[in-house]
Design a protein around this ligand. Structure first.
Ligand code: PMP
Length: 460
């Protein structure tokens, strides 16, 4: 941000007043606002400026939404162009040139086999809306009601999406073990752990007395995000594709967080070559504005007209911003960039792990990175790894904020520090992010036996 720009920064008293009024007036369910007590007033790229005049490097990126960082020039230009053209901003699900261009660009990025025979449904604007649409679609198409979902999954906060997420108890949802190297449910990890998780799925599906309700679909994240940054092995994903195809069970890939280059491929399923029957997309596809869609094989398109309606399915600004983002990521090969830079950052984090026993595991794919903090001296749970250290993770997050770095917490026990920087991250910015993180970790470790109050709540 240039020093000559007019300042809109509020004085510290105003900043504190805004935070105080927020905590008085907003719901107890507020999440990020609890662990990140900042009042953003301006932002560009990786940087957010708070009302108190402080600057932060933002590795939360709107929970993985901002593929190009804040206010990227191509996104702003696309939005301005629509506004200046006099086009209507709200059109329900009517056809417009903006929507037509968005759909063409999106289809150009999708696995060919899907795009060549696909339908797109514009849903309500959130990721969870698209998950609901996907579940309803496969239930309508198959006439079955059961669902296969995975331990540690996160698909959203509306009723059906919540049922599909780990921690829910819907009787129609059968919970299958997601492969997890570090905390393997079978205690073995690696290829063997993934193999056992696949066999468990097969045996449940083929055992007539397993009690599994006939599944309308299987929903999975190719890399679990909120569950603690857990990449599924490519072989395991291909196996899930085979298992579902052989049993005529539609496979739903939830790419809400992994899409648009984040994991080092345009879509995370591209790593394995798996072609799902349904893809769920949101976050980055709206170029920082709300937009969600499902794309699915045309054979599943058995809905009656109006079967899945909604008022806010025609956000023209989001479609324009989204199309500009998709084009920019594609033309500038930002997925490849995420793969290379992500691998380098992962390497540096692994180096950090060698010096800090409180880092139990470092993992990720592309620019979706996670550092699991543990208590190395305590007796671990049955998975063989030391117990997670959520209070330390909260202290690290706070120490990062003190050093001008915004990070997210995730994982089953909120003990995984997550980095989701924009794909436009430069080498210098990556180094600055990791320097601040390393410094914060050292500081938090020092105060380990006097942890700061943990008031983060679920980090979603
Ligand atoms: N699916 C996945 C994989 C997600 O990560 C999220 C959000 N973190 C959702 C669905 C829900 O999206 P939203 O918060 O926009 O409803």
């Amino acid at each position: 941000m240039a020093a000559t720009e007019p300042t809109t920064v509020a004085p510290p008293a105003a900043h504190e007043g805004i935070l105080r009024r927020q905590s008085l007036r907003e719901s107890a369910a507020r999440t990020y606002a609890r662990s990140l007590p900042i009042v953003p007033v301006r932002a560009r790229g990786l940087t957010i400026e708070g009302a108190d005049g402080r600057r932060y490097l933002d590795c939360l990126s709107g929970a993985g939404t901002l593929a190009l960082g804040h206010n990227h020039p191509v996104v702003l230009e696309a939005i301005r162009k629509v506004i200046d053209s006099g086009a209507p901003l709200h059109v329900l699900d009517l056809a417009t040139p903006v929507k037509d261009a968005f759909t063409t660009e999106l289809f150009a990025t999708l696995p060919r086999q899907l795009a060549d025979d696909a339908r797109i449904q514009f849903c309500g604007p959130a990721g969870t809306d698209a998950v609901e649409a996907a579940l309803k679609l496969v239930r309508t198409a198959t006439g079955r009601t059961g669902l296969l979902a995975f331990t540690g999954a996160y698909h959203g906060m509306t009723a059906g999406a919540l049922d599909a997420s780990g921690g829910a108890t819907d009787v129609r949802v059968t919970r299958l073990p997601y492969p997890h190297d570090y905390r393997c449910p079978f205690g073995v990890g690696g290829e063997r752990g993934a193999e056992l998780s696949a066999r468990w799925a097969e045996s449940l599906l083929d055992d007539p007395k397993s009690g599994v309700p006939d599944p309308a679909g299987m929903i999975l994240e190719p890399v679990q995000g909120e569950g603690g940054v857990i990449p599924a092995p490519d072989d395991w994903l291909r196996r899930m594709r085979r298992i579902t195809a052989e049993r005529a069970i539609p496979l739903i890939a939830d790419e809400v967080q992994t899409g648009v280059g984040r994991t080092g491929a345009f879509w995370a399923v591209d790593h394995s070559g798996v072609v799902p029957d349904v893809m769920v997309m949101s976050k980055a596809i709206g170029g920082s504005l709300p937009l969600a869609v499902i794309v699915y094989r045309s054979a599943l398109d058995v809905w009656q007209p109006g079967a899945h309606a909604g008022t806010f399915r025609g956000n023209q600004l989001a479609m324009a911003a989204g199309a500009a983002t998709l084009t920019f990521v594609r033309e500038n090969r930002l997925a490849e960039r995420a793969a290379t830079l992500g691998a380098r950052m992962l390497g540096r984090l692994q180096g950090l792990a060698a010096m800090h026993p409180c880092i139990g595991d470092v993992r990720g794919r592309g620019l979706m990175l996670g550092v699991e903090l543990v208590d190395p001296d305590a007796e671990g749970p049955h998975d063989g790894a030391p117990p997670p250290a959520p209070a330390l993770a909260a202290a690290v997050q706070r120490a990062c904020l003190d050093r001008g770095l915004i990070v997210e917490l995730g994982g089953r026990h909120s003990a995984v520090v997550r980095l989701l920087p924009p794909l436009t991250l430069t080498d210098e910015q990556a180094a600055a992010v990791l320097d601040r993180f390393a410094d914060a970790l050292t500081a938090a470790e020092r105060t380990r036996h006097h942890p700061l109050p943990n008031d983060t709540g679920p980090s979603r």
